[in-house]
Design a binder for this molecule. Sequence first.
Ligand code: AHR
Length: 332
Amino acid sequence: MRSIPRVARAFAVTGALALGLAACGGGDDDTSTSGDGGGDLVTVGFVAVGPEGGWRQANEANVQDTFTEEAGFELKYAPATNLDQRSQIDAFTSFVDEGVDVILLSATEGAGWEDSLRRAQEAEIPVILVDRGIEPDDNSLYVTRIAPDNYEVSTSVAQWAVSQFPDGGNYFVLEGPAGVSVVNERNKGWDDTVSSVPGLVKVGAQTANWSTEEAKSVFETVLRANNNDIQLVFAQNDEMGLGAAIAVEEAGLTPGVDVKIATIDGTRPALEALGEGRLSFVAEYNPLFGETLLEVVNQVLDGEEVEPYIVVPSETFDSPEAATAALPSRQY
Ligand code: AHR
């Protein structure tokens, strides 16, 4: 726990956090309270998701590689137990009781966080949402959310799909787990664009829990039930898109020819598959925002106002050539 008592805090109407901290005690004449102030380490409680797939591994490693002691931080990493929200709430509560300086939260479930967030508010501990949002979204309960914009990312997939099927087609959606905020955001971005194209017909949607194996199983069933008459798959992450590609191949069809598969994340396996033509479109959901997150934490601790949502830029890849050109410089 830092020796610097917090003196005042006002949660501005905009939801941005104005935090007043005063350096005192210990003869430390450093007035900066941020992680680069050269004083005590800033303690950061990271309520994380833990093992989930390539994107998550890249994101959480990037956060841990950024919030180092050399940078002035003590990062306490608390991955969920088997993606269970109860274990996250327990870790969150422990961080509040311990009096960490900041809590980072990547929520396995969108709902059910109000009580925990209010406890952090009462303890004057700022909370920053990493990647995942909360539902209902009440920005007075947290300082900011930092992530790519799921609505925009999924809209880019939908716009590509509309361009590929001017004469329409049947499609299926492989969703992430029910109750996860990004799943709802991605569905809305997709639906708001595709629903305006009468020829694109939604045959169905089902969760495959971000999993390649589960997506293969789900989609091979869907192909059989529809006599292979599916031309497009919107997979809400790369692992599920790769599972759909396997199902297409095992049905004797050719991915990219008989069935076009579009995914979100931009991991290396997906770009390699796009380079081979097994996937047709990959929208990056950039996980490497640790440096920006560190700047935001320092701004918050130094009492600066921050935007309620900090968007991480992401790009798209729409051809084998684009994927092949990008692969040498990809970091995840
Ligand atoms: O919240 C981000 C999503 O969670 C990624 O798209 C997915 O791969 C991860 O499991």
